[in-house]
Design a protein around this ligand. Structure first.
Ligand code: AMP
Ligand code: MG
Length: 487
């Protein structure tokens, strides 16, 4: 079927990825859908891209974001990649996504525009290339919440329903998400490059990625080692930010780790309510490989796989190269610890950097675990002094801890008030809680009722403002809460 082209909106596409060797992608049009309908359009993001919502009707936007009408300059491709999935290596690729190109906004910034759920590609393996509405709305909600929490992430521009059903365990409405990213280059893209056994192709990918995301590395003595270090640094920061808000990615396979340092691929991810370091939500993560507290070591494991791909570029002498790369990967733990501690100090209003801070923080976490305290609200209520109703605040050991902490913030030259103000800016009141997300999705998917979903998104965009409805913890403990891969 032919796809119509439009130039009514100010898209401006660049196609730098297609200058890489042909192994890295295939040209692939989105497969047309029968009856596209616009469900969500992200107006602030549209503005950031320099696009005008009013330029088109909702139906026309629906046609664009379903892939039925392509922007004139779009040249869709599916990208090749590989990855370790739960530790097992596989050749993958965009099996249900196409990249329209990199849109350049009026400020000159580049944004990958990708459709997810846009039909089969040569990398689909046995998959149908499609996505269901619930998981695409879920990615929209959680990625936008992460962005509002100032955590690097891919963004969600639009969700359309396709008018077609997808077969999963049940028949579900099909949908397409438009994802916006700095790029879709993953650790798995480098692993794919390694499988080509051609140093020139590997170098082409590395040079391209450095140009795009880490240009400052070019001037360094060893640009590829500097590149590795820069990626490690961004991941250490990113994972620390996840830990600060209680985010559990759920499927930290190497194909789901972005080289640009953005959170990518919102499948079975979820935020933890009650604090427990071993929390796992994903139904397929039976060993707890991607549990909350395993995220830092897993990130390091993934970065070791990334480092391995760069060995041929770091030094001609393989032994020396391995030594340098290993040192870099080993540095991850310290970098993570520094970033984590910095954020935890902010959460507790600590300006003075004291050696005893770590103990203070860890004691609180132990008390939170013991009291099954809500992770988000414990910090929020500490910030605002509105603390008395949480169970943890009645615990005798907590009272001792609290006195100690209060003493720490009162003796700082900034004073208690400044500390609390700082804390209110670092401890969100609203996160995408599982019960809220599930309610929004079930109203949307079962009843085509999008009001609650839109209200939830609006609250998530202001995470540091208390909300009567959306700050509340779940009424009952969600022991059995399970998430499923977004396929
Ligand atoms: P994910 O679990 O979403 O990270 O996907 C892992 C791999 O499976 C990627 O290569 C996806 O493109 C592919 N994949 C996931 N769902 C589908 C589907 N419905 N059809 C084809 N490929 C898929
Ligand atoms: Mg993926």
């Amino acid at each position: 079927m032919n796809i119509q082209k439009t130039n009514k909106v100010a898209w401006h596409f660049n196609h730098s990825y297609t200058k890489l060797p042909k192994d890295f992608f295939v040209e692939q049009l989105p497969v047309k859908v029968s009856n596209p309908k616009l469900i969500l359009l992200n107006e602030p993001l549209l503005k950031t891209l320099g696009l005008d919502k009013e330029a088109l009707s909702p139906d026309a936007w629906g046609n664009i974001f379903s892939g039925n009408t392509l922007p004139e300059e779009a040249k869709p491709i599916a990208e090749a990649y590989a990855g370790h999935q739960f530790g097992h290596f596989a050749l993958l690729g965009d099996g249900r996504a196409v990249l329209l190109g990199e849109h350049i906004n009026p400020e000159g910034n580049h944004f990958d525009i990708q459709f997810k759920g846009s039909g089969q590609t040569p990398y689909s393996r046995r998959g149908d290339g499609r996505a269901a509405l619930g998981p695409m709305l879920r990615e929209f909600i959680i990625s936008e919440a992460m962005s509002a929490l100032n955590i690097p992430t891919t963004r969600s521009l639009a969700v359309v329903t396709t008018g077609e059903s997808v077969m999963r365990d049940e028949v579900l409405p099909g949908a397409i998400l438009t994802r916006v990213a700095k790029s879709h280059i993953r650790v798995g893209t480098f692993q794919f490059a390694s499988t080509l056994n051609d140093i020139n192709k590997l170098k082409a990918l590395a040079d391209y990625t450095i140009d795009r995301h880490y240009p400052e590395c070019k001037a360094k003595d060893n640009p590829y080692l500097a590149f590795l270090n820069a990626v490690i640094e961004r991941q250490a920061l990113l994972i620390s930010q996840w830990m600060h808000v209680g985010f559990i990615h759920g499927v930290m396979n190497t194909d789901n780790m972005s080289i640009s340092g953005e959170t990518i691929d919102y499948g079975p991810c979820a935020f933890m309510d009650r604090y427990h370091p071993e929390t796992v939500f994903s139904s397929i993560d039976r060993q707890g490989r991607y549990a909350y507290s395993n995220q830092p070591p897993i990130a390091q494991w993934n970065l070791a796989r990334f480092a391995e791909t760069l060995i041929p570029l770091i030094d001609h002498n393989a032994d020396k190269s391995i030594e340098l790369a290993s040192q870099s990967v080993n540095n991850f733990s310290d970098q993570f610890q520094i970033a984590w501690l910095k954020g935890m100090r902010q959460k507790l209003g600590l300006f003075n950097e004291e050696a005893s801070d770590i103990e203070l923080i860890n004691e609180l976490l132990v008390l939170m675990q013991k009291n099954k305290a809500d992770y988000t609200l414990t910090f929020r209520h500490l910030s605002s002094d509105a603390i008395l109703k949480d169970t943890i605040f009645k615990d005798a050991s907590f009272k001792v801890w609290y006195k100690n902490w209060l003493h720490c913030i009162q003796k700082q030259k900034e004073g208690e008030e400044t500390s609390r103000l700082k804390m209110l800016k670092h401890n969100p009141a609203v996160i995408p809680r599982n019960y809220l997300v599930e309610k929004a999705l079930s109203l949307a998917v079962a009843d085509q009722d999008y009001k609650f979903l839109n209200d939830l998104i609006a609250a998530l965009l202001k995470p540091y403002e208390d909300s009567k409805v959306f700050s509340e913890p779940p009424i009952e403990e969600e022991k059995s809460y399970k998430t499923f891969c977004g396929t």
